[in-house]
Design a protein around this ligand. Structure first.
Ligand code: NAG
Ligand code: NAG
Ligand code: NAG
Ligand code: NAG
Ligand code: NAG
Length: 368
């Protein structure tokens, strides 16, 4: 298959609102909800890459942010808020916790932010250190090292016992893996797919274990959406195979990854005392929206709202791109990423959805 030229940043998922499974989130005795830590890729990046002078995976220019308060581009790969923000809102914040790299610029005011949590996610990053390395991004291993610094900072402020207690109640959301799959296809790797999946799963296992050893206990994991249905991959399908539709080989890999991840998390929770997890099936959430677009209020689930060329998926979203008439009717904002509406649906489902979409418990139950 042809090379994918554009930086792999990822498309995401979303889904339906099912309030019935919600458990109310209860803040701790002092009224402050425990901090939220967010790691992963562009689906959760709230500006990290804008602080990396040489990053090629950036979105801190219009029309990105057109629906953000004051129509401000913030580095989010979205027209407005993303899933990290909508999850933050569910847990009592105004939006996602701030990017780690932005906190470093705050000097002594750094401290009071730590208790809300920190967002480490970096667009273009993946589970493997090699993923996104050409784009200058922060791989998951380095995001975890940054978290370790934050843990030191908390320890310096409140002592190690209180830090352990705080972290054991904290939520750790991780949204990653799509860019590794993009990387596999871009490289046209001759490695068998099962082998590649097992490498990704081993990496995930190491990352979760490292976080566990640093005190993390509650993991909200978002698996890989049907990346083959991103506008970018639909365009490729048209160019390479001459037909419309999703690029299935990528989706097959995403599905295999999900089942392997499900098994891994079951295994880890048996071996690591006190570990709790919730696995969001981003594949299922997204495919269901694509198959029943109207039921979810979408008119268009294959084109990018902002871009250029076939399906608006040839060029990136910038000021010379063409913009769709009604952003609330589109699943995809740009060639890889969901609109804020889609991200909100995703967060709703992760928070309160049924086991069909998020298992064995949802994010609300994870927190309680
Ligand atoms: C990918 O690899 C296959 C088989 O190794 C080869 O036939 C094909 O031309 C390669 N495609 C590209 C774009 O390099
Ligand atoms: C990085 O770029 C070099 C040269 O452009 C290329 O050979 C290499 O495969 C790329 N690496 C990754 C991980 O994409
Ligand atoms: C946070 O911890 C790191 C590592 O211990 C230290 O270098 C840094 O100065 C600390 N930052 C603040 C604001 O306390
Ligand atoms: C899960 O545990 C079983 C039994 O120990 C093992 O055979 C399997 O390889 C593990 N799978 C993963 C993904 O960790
Ligand atoms: C927008 O991106 C396209 C490539 O997708 C590029 O050709 C064009 O110059 C860019 N426009 C601006 C204003 O940066």
């Amino acid at each position: 298959m042809a090379n994918i030229r554009i930086p792999a940043l990822v498309c995401l998922f979303f889904s339906m609102v099912l309030g019935t499974y919600a458990t109310l989130y209860s803040p701790s005795a002092d009224g402050m909800p425990p901090p939220i830590f967010i790691l992963g890729d562009s689906t959760a990046d709230v500006g990290t890459n804008s602080y990396l002078p040489h990053s090629k995976a950036i979105a801190n220019f219009p029309y990105n942010g057109i629906d953000f308060p004051n129509s401000r581009p913030t580095g989010r790969f979205s027209n407005g808020f993303n899933s990290a923000d909508y999850l933050g809102k569910k847990f009592g914040l105004k939006r996602s916790p701030a990017p780690f790299l932005s906190l470093l610029t705050l000097g002594s005011r750094f401290k009071k932010h730590l208790f809300k949590g920190v967002n480490f996610a970096s667009g273009g990053a993946g589970l493997l250190d090699t993923t996104g390395s050409n784009l200058t991004v922060i791989p998951l291993s380095e995001q975890i090292a940054q978290f370790s610094t934050v843990r030191d900072n908390l320890t310096a402020l409140i002592g190690s016992d209180a830090t352990d207690t705080l972290l054991s109640k904290s939520l750790f959301f991780i949204s990653t893996g799509s860019n590794d799959i993009f990387g596999y296809f871009v490289a046209n790797s001759s490695m068998p797919q099962e082998k590649f999946i097992s490498i990704l799963i081993c990496a995930y296992s190491d990352h979760i274990t490292t976080l566990y050893n640093l005190g993390a206990r509650k993991f909200g994991i978002i698996s890989i959406p049907p990346v083959g249905c991103c506008p970018s991959q639909r365009r490729l399908q048209k160019i390479v195979n001459g037909v419309d539709g999703c690029f299935d080989p990528m989706n097959d890999l995403a599905l295999d990854f999900h089942s392997a991840l499900d098994t891994l998390l079951g295994n880890l929770s048996t071996g690591l005392p006190g570990l709790k997890y919730s696995l969001g099936n981003a594949f299922r959430m997204t495919i269901d929206v694509i198959s029943n677009a109207r039921a979810f209020g979408f008119d268009n689930v294959d084109s990018a709202c902002c871009g250029s060329g076939y399906l608006n998926a040839k060029g990136i979203c910038n000021l010379t791109a063409s913009l769709c008439p009604d952003r609330r009717k589109y699943l995809f904002w740009d060639l890889f990423h969901p609109t804020n509406k889609a991200s909100n649906l995703a967060a709703e489902t992760l928070y309160s959805g049924p086991p069909y979409y998020v298992s064995p418990i949802n994010f609300a139950q994870l927190a309680s």
